[in-house]
Design a protein around this ligand. Sequence first.
Ligand SMILES: [Fe+2]
Length: 294
Amino acid sequence: MFEEAQYFAPVAANEDGSVTVELAKSHPGFADPVYRARRNAIAGLAVGYTRGEPIPHAEYSDEEHEVWSLVTRELAAKHRKYAISEFLDAAEALGLPKDRIPQLEEVSELLKPLTGFRYIPAAGLVPLREFYSVLADSFFHSTQYIRHHSVPFYTPEPDVIHEVIGHGNTLASERFAALYRLAGQAARRVETAEALEFVSKVFWFTLEFGVMREGRELKAYGAGILSSYGEIEEFRGMDIRPLDVTAMGTTVYDITKYQDVLFEAASFDHLEDVVGQFWASCDDEMIAKLRTTA
Ligand SMILES: [Fe+2]
């Protein structure tokens, strides 16, 4: 199965209607009963959610708001150095709160006049087809919990910092939003599991971990890099390869460590020409052919 399955803590529904998030022993919040109770309650909000309703309010502690505020401040400084200008402009237009964790409903409201993207709360892993296909309708599945306050610059799973600072800021750009929608249309068009995985890997190496030449500098635009305090300092030293759909769709990656193979777009136009065009036109047959040439 696709590696992403190991990325999220499993969520179990109990007979009494409650929800339990099974954190691994190595998770920083494993031995913190207060954090675990909050994780269970937050996951429960997503399990009971029906699309179209306002997203339920998640309770966060003061310590958690402080984590957001600290990471926001540190990442913003790094973004000025390492993020592409399209991202910086979009972040400015979105105007996320700096001193507290925003509710997902609030982020949807901020996105509404910009690109119309809306958040859907997710308890944990969302099946690939569901996650990608609703992008076509401008919906984005997002976790709502935040990392454990003892290690503000580390998270073993995608948390609200990744989903909102990484993805939310990009979803505020019309050019990025169009690419997300095209990825969704591609996921909806293809039928085989192999083709869907190929589409999702191209997403991984671009909208999650993409880098782009801007003038003489290599910058980042992928939400995974832009939300990672450590990775954002390291990406320029990785194995940087030219943007190539076949290579991205077939390269194996390990989600548990920093991405050491990255693909570089020469410009935003280049990204749209190569990856946007691919998602706009791909089908099972085309992808099957690309896979045999890899
Ligand atoms: Fe992500």
